[in-house]
Design a protein around this ligand. Structure first.
Ligand SMILES: [Zn+2]
Length: 249
């Protein structure tokens, strides 16, 4: 008996494997990330790692295959930060996704899940519009859009490089979270005017938590992090299963 886990990452799969997986369940996940500065303690590709990991988990538990991560996300208020490469034009962003969806539909995929780990306002608005337009114009394949910050049961609010994102990546890729790259809380506590951890001071390069929007990541709790990941995984499975069952109605 083989103990090799089933391959679900499309770019690694051969046609016979893809065919078998399609017969099992014709679902494809499209993980969406960004290249952006997340503070000194996190990698610039964080959003893509979290999105891909949740998609891969769902593909194994529910069914389907995962596209390679699209790292080109829509820009926002931090577009000028170091090592941040974001798209300025919705039509550029949407064109790549539309082509991807059209080809997946040609191959007989019945459900595509656009899952974003990057959740700036313009990213979310663009994906909502794309989901709506696709589902109006196409019948053979449906699109389900999910965003990592929209799970109603999550106890932590989505943020940028702060407790939410740090917690998730620490669960998924612990070696990519290096909190000791930030000064210690004792030496340099957060200086948030009126306790506001989202203010413009965090966009000031001299701030101890420059480029981080949300509560001080140095205070993250591993137990809460585990709970957050479990909650998100359960939610994604349920949303994908529901959407797949709805296809058959
Ligand atoms: Zn992020």
């Amino acid at each position: 008996m083989s103990t090799t886990p089933t391959e679900v990452c499309l770019e690694r799969m051969l046609p016979y494997q893809i065919q078998a997986r399609m017969q099992h369940m014709p679902i494809v996940y499209v993980p969406l990330g960004a290249i952006e500065y997340h503070g000194l303690h996190l990698p610039i590709g964080l959003d893509g790692f979290t999105a891909h990991a949740l998609c891969e988990h769902a593909a194994r538990q529910v069914g389907g295959m995962v596209m390679p991560t699209n790292y080109y996300g829509m820009t926002g208020s931090i577009g000028h930060h170091p090592w941040t490469i974001l798209v300025d034009d919705e039509s550029e962003f949407e064109a790549i996704l539309w082509t991807t969806l059209r080809r997946l539909q040609d191959f007989g995929v019945k459900l595509s899940v656009l899952f974003t780990g990057h959740f700036g306002r313009r990213q979310l608005a663009s994906l909502e519009a794309l989901e709506e337009r696709w589902n109006q114009e196409n019948q053979e394949m449906r699109v389900l859009f999910l965003a990592i910050n929209r799970c109603p049961a999550a106890k932590l609010q989505g943020d940028h490089g702060a407790i939410f994102e740090t917690s998730l990546l620490a669960q998924l890729h612990p070696s990519l979270v290096q909190l000791d790259r930030l000064p210690s809380v004792k030496d340099q506590p957060a200086n948030d005017p009126n306790g506001d951890s989202w203010g413009p001071h965090r966009r000031d390069q001299s701030n101890v938590l420059f480029g981080i929007l949300g509560d001080d990541p140095r205070l993250y709790d591993p137990a809460e992090a585990k709970d957050l990941l479990d909650t998100l995984q359960t939610w994604v499975h349920a949303r994908v299963s529901d959407a797949y069952q709805n296809l058959e109605r």
